[in-house]
Design a protein around this ligand. Structure first.
Ligand SMILES: Cc1ncc(COP(=O)(O)O)c(C=O)c1O
Length: 452
């Protein structure tokens, strides 16, 4: 590798970063990460910090998960690639599908369709939903409903059901027939309702109203994250997702759970749907399925939905969809090892314990710093602080101040993620008590740096 001066000089000169303005990346070069161990990352200057971001919500088992690394290495030697398009398959993906079936059985999900990541999984689920209704003779069911503030990746389908203007406005027109319902977001919502349970009911009423307006017979699916992640860790009231399930069932609408960040323990439960006691019709997974070590994903499909496809005799159920890397053997080997480690370590238990510690610590910071308008979390290891310049008016924080907080937090020992007015935390699920204390202490230093 070239020396650090070369890397800093060339940084962003010949590449565009996702989710960044190219000019901003040139003016403010990103941190160059060159190594990682356990739950810590090291930058090009040798500065080591606790990774409060967990890669990007994906490195649940930390950066030193040897069984996953070993499985990938061995698989590269044995069979580095073979396609699973019609007519061929590979041995590891068959075993993975069996293991995933066992893992997701309590969610009622018994088939897997493999992808290369979260956005792929979302688009796959949307396409399979339309296909499902066409096989059943309800070809008019083509529309999708989703939540404002929801994040579903950046493919055209996912962006169309996305609920954040940042990912939409500059790319319009998006896919026709997508409508958005208010999110159960107590800090800001059109109903001015702060009670989580009452807000959940209002959002459910808005969903019923939209279905009546569009016509149930025109809607293919509703997609939602069990806990909204990238939109700022919005935790719905426990009645919300079961309420959505009930409305979808009554209206013949498929419920797609976007579990790209919530599957495999993040919420303190094995899946986000199970956290709320809901059985979705499909579930999108990716990220932690390989601990972030290989781009991979799976859409899990409910038994009764699968039966509709498998019993079709008209030919309509032929799936005209898939990716070159669907079922990639190295990804499948990584996922097999990752699933086994996730279960062996019982990561949801640690996510619950450490998540509670982290959430309580953030609430203590809120008591100390008026800039922290809202703290969200308390369900496993995902939390956000929404920053405001004025608590009474809830006017959002300016970009420079939140960036300064992040910079000082980093210098004090923790990497945290800034997204709009939110500081988002999604550390590895194998985090220890002392690591949480380091993150909280570093954040304290970050806020102190901008407070009198
Ligand atoms: C809920 C959810 N869905 C989909 C995606 C998109 O996944 P990917 O970035 O792997 O395409 C993400 C990514 O953060 C996500 O959080």
């Amino acid at each position: 590798m070239k020396d650090s001066n070369y890397l800093k000089e060339m940084n962003a000169r010949s590449l565009w970063h996702p989710m960044a303005h190219p000019a901003d990346s040139l003016a403010n070069p990103p941190t160059i990460i060159t190594g990682a161990k356990g739950v810590r990352i090291t930058d090009v200057d040798g500065h080591e910090v606790v990774d409060g971001v967990g890669g990007l919500w994906n490195v649940n088992l930390g950066f030193s998960c040897q069984p996953v690394k070993d499985a990938m290495t061995a698989q590269l030697d044995q069979l580095p690639y073979y396609s699973i398009f019609r007519g061929t398959t590979n041995d590891v993906v068959i075993q993975l599908a069996e293991d995933l079936r066992t893992f997701f059985e309590p969610d009622g999900l018994t088939r897997a369709f493999f992808t290369s990541g979260g956005s792929d999984s979302v688009d796959t689920a949307l396409r399979l939903a339309r296909l499902y209704h066409k096989i059943r003779g309800e070809a008019a069911r083509t529309k999708f409903l989703s939540l404002k503030k929801g994040y579903h990746g950046t493919h055209m389908g996912g962006a169309s059901v996305n609920g954040n203007a940042n990912f939409r406005t500059m790319y319009e027109p998006l896919m026709a027939g997508c409508s958005h319902i208010p999110a159960p977001y107590t800090y800001r919502n059109p109903f001015d309702e702060t009670d989580p349970e009452r807000l959940a009911q209002l959002c459910l009423s808005a969903l019923e109203d939209e279905i009546a307006f569009q016509g149930a017979g025109t809607i293919a699916a509703f997609i939602m994250e069990p806990v909204l992640g990238a939109g700022g860790v919005i935790v719905p009231h426990p009645s919300f997702m079961p309420g959505v399930r009930d409305i979808c069932t009554r209206n013949g609408i498929l419920l797609i759970a976007d579990e790209v960040i919530t599957a495999f323990g993040r919420t303190g439960s094995w899946t986000g749907s199970r956290h709320w006691g809901v059985k979705p019709d499909m579930s999108c997974t990716a990220k932690a399925i390989t601990n972030g070590y290989f781009p991979f994903g799976a859409v899990m499909i409910a038994e009764d939905v699968a039966q509709v496809f498998e019993r079709d005799e008209t030919g309509r159920a032929a799936i005209g969809h898939g990716y070159t890397y669907s079922g990639h053997p190295v990804g499948a080997a990584a996922a097999l090892a990752c699933l086994a480690e996730t279960i062996r370590l019982d990561v949801p238990a640690n996510a619950t314990m450490r998540g509670t510690q982290m959430y309580q610590g953030l609430l203590a910071l809120q008591a100390k710093y008026p800039l922290i308008g809202d703290v969200r979390g308390g369900h496993g290891l995902m939390a956000a602080m929404e920053l405001v310049s004025n608590r009474d008016t809830k006017a959002p924080i300016d970009k420079a101040t939140i960036n300064t907080i992040q910079e000082h937090t980093y210098r004090a020992g923790a990497m945290v993620r800034v997204s709009g007015p939110n500081i988002i935390l999604s550390p590895p699920l194998v985090l220890e008590k002392a690591d949480v204390a380091i993150i909280l202490g570093a954040l304290d230093a970050g806020f102190a740096a901008v407070s009198e």
